[in-house]
Design a protein around this ligand. Structure first.
Ligand code: NAP
Ligand code: F7E
Length: 344
C-alpha cells in the first residue's frame, strides 16, 4: 500500500484526488491549516478515511513533520491562495504560499524522503498575456497577476529541484477546471449559483466583470486523474492539461441560464451591457466594474496532445455536462436552503 500526502486536501482538487487515491488503495494523508472552527471543507464526507496533519505551506518545519509522519511515496502539492483577484489584495501572502511554499515542500521531501514523487499544481495563468494560441508546454510564459508570477516561481523551482537533485518532480500546467465543489467566488460557480437563485426568485440579478474573457474549462474530476498519471511514469516531466476548447464568460452565462429554461438576450455594450430574460423582459445580468482586474488574461486555450499521447490521459466530462452538473447541484443546494429557511 502506497502513502500519499496531499497539501490543499480541503479544496476542490484535493477532495477529488483524495477520493481517487482512496479508490486505488492508497493510505491518504492530508495537510490541514489550523482554523478557529474545525472545517474539513470538501472532504467532510470522507474525513474518517483520511489521516490529517496540521501544517502550513509557509512553515517548513510543519512540512518536514508531515513528511516524517506520512512517509509519503507521492506528494501532491495543491495548496495555494488560488483566487487570482485576491492576489492583488494579498500579494505577499500569495507569494509566501504559492512560491516559497513550494520550496518549503521540496526541501521537506529532500530532507526526509528524496525518493518521493512530487506533483506541483502549476497553472495556465503562467501563460497570461498569451504568446501563442493554443498554449502548450513550449509556449513562453507571461503571467499577468501576482498569482501567476508566484506560480511561475513554483513551476521553475520544481524543474530546478528535478535538475539539481534528481528528484522525481513534475508540474501539471492545468487550465481552468471547475466542479460542483468550486468556490463560489470563481466565475463559473458564481454564475451557476446565481442562475438558480434568480430562477427560484431569491436573487434579483447577477453582477459580473469582464464577460469577454475566454477560458478553457474542464471538470476537476478528470484533471486529478492526470495528476496521478504524471507520478506513475518512468521519468518526471511537465504536462499541459486542457480541453482544447475555449468559451467566453458570456457564453457560460447563456448556457447556465438555458439549463433552468431562461433565454438571455444581450443589450448595450461595455459597462452598460445588460442581460435580459427574453420571456419576462427583466434585467438579470449587469456589469459591475469592481469585478474588473488590474490586468486581465484575455484568452486561454490549451493543447493537451502531450498528456494524451504520453500519459494516455483523456477528458471524459464534456463542457455541456460540466455546466449541467453544476447547475443541477446548485439547484439541489439552494432548494434545500430555502426549505430550511422557511422552517425557521
Ligand atoms: P482551492 O479549492 O482554492 O483549494 C486550495 C487549498 O489550499 C485549500 O485546501 C486551502 O486550505 C489550501 N491552502 C491555502 N493556503 C494554505 C496554506 N498556507 N497552507 C496550507 N494549505 C493552504 O483550489 P483548487 O481549485 O482545488 O486548486 C488546487 C491547486 O491547483 C491550487 O494550487 C491552484 O492554484 C491550482 N490550480 C487550480 C486550477 C483550477 O482551475 N482549479 C487551475 C490550475 C492550477 P483551506 O481550506 O484551509 O483554505
Ligand atoms: O475568472 C472573469 C475574470 O476567477 C475567470 C483559478 O482556479 O483558473 C482560475 O483563475 C475569468 C476571468 O478564474 C467575474 O476576469 C468576469 O477572466 O473564475 P475566475 P481565473 O482567474 O481564470 C486558473 C487556471 C487558476 O490557476 C486559478 O487558481 O472570469 N470574470 N466576471 C469574473 N471572475 C470572477 N471570479 N468573478 C466575476 O464576477
Amino acid at each position: 500500500m502506497k502513502n500519499a500526502l496531499i497539501t490543499g486536501i480541503t479544496g476542490q482538487d484535493g477532495s477529488y484526488l483524495a477520493e481517487l487515491l482512496l479508490e486505488k488503495g492508497y493510505n491518504v494523508y492530508g495537510i490541514m491549516r489550523r482554523k478557529s472552527v474545525v472545517d474539513y471543507g470538501n472532504v467532510d464526507h470522507i474525513k474518517d478515511k483520511i489521516n490529517f496533519i496540521y501544517a502550513d505551506m509557509t512553515d517548513v518545519i510543519s512540512l518536514i513533520n508531515a513528511m516524517i509522519i506520512s512517509q509519503a511515496d507521492e506528494v501532491y502539492n495543491l495548496a495555494a491562495q488560488s483566487f487570482v483577484a485576491t492576489s492583488w489584495e494579498q500579494p505577499i501572502a500569495t507569494a509566501d504560499i504559492n512560491a516559497l511554499g513550494v520550496t518549503n515542500m521540496l526541501e521537506a521531501i529532500r530532507t526526509v524522503k528524496p525518493s518521493a514523487h512530487f506533483y506541483q499544481a502549476s497553472t495556465s495563468e503562467m501563460f497570461g498575456l498569451v504568446q501563442e494560441i493554443p498554449q502548450k508546454e513550449t509556449t513562453p510564459f507571461y503571467p499577468r497577476s501576482p498569482y501567476g508570477v508566484a506560480k511561475l516561481y513554483g513551476h521553475w523551482i520544481t524543474k530546478n529541484y528535478r535538475e539539481s537533485y534528481n528528484l522525481y518532480a513534475c508540474s501539471g500546467i492545468l487550465f481552468n477546471h471547475e466542479s460542483e465543489r468550486r468556490g463560489k467566488e470563481f466565475v463559473t460557480r458564481k454564475i451557476t449559483d446565481a442562475v438558480v437563485r434568480i430562477k427560484l426568485g431569491v436573487q434579483d440579478h447577477l453582477e459580473l466583470g469582464n464577460m469577454d474573457s475566454k477560458r478553457d474549462w474542464g471538470h476537476s474530476k478528470d484533471y486529478v486523474k492526470a495528476m496521478w498519471l504524471m507520478l506513475q511514469q518512468e521519468t518526471p516531466d511537465d504536462y499541459v492539461i486542457a480541453t482544447n476548447e475555449t468559451r467566453t464568460v458570456r457564453e457560460f452565462v447563456e448556457i447556465a441560464f438555458n439549463h433552468v429554461g431562461i433565454t438571455v438576450e444581450w443589450q448595450g455594450t461595455g459597462v452598460d451591457e445588460i442581460g435580459i430574460d427574453k420571456t419576462t423582459g427583466k434585467t438579470i445580468v449587469k456589469i459591475n466594474p469592481k469585478f474588473f482586474r488590474p490586468a486581465e488574461v484575455d484568452i486561454l486555450l490549451g493543447d493537451p496532445t502531450k498528456a494524451e499521447t504520453v500519459l494516455g490521459w483523456k477528458r471524459e466530462i464534456p463542457f455541456a455536462n460540466l455546466v449541467e452538473r453544476m447547475v443541477k447541484n446548485d439547484m439541489e443546494l439552494v432548494t434545500r436552503e430555502i426549505k430550511i429557511s422557511k422552517l425557521n
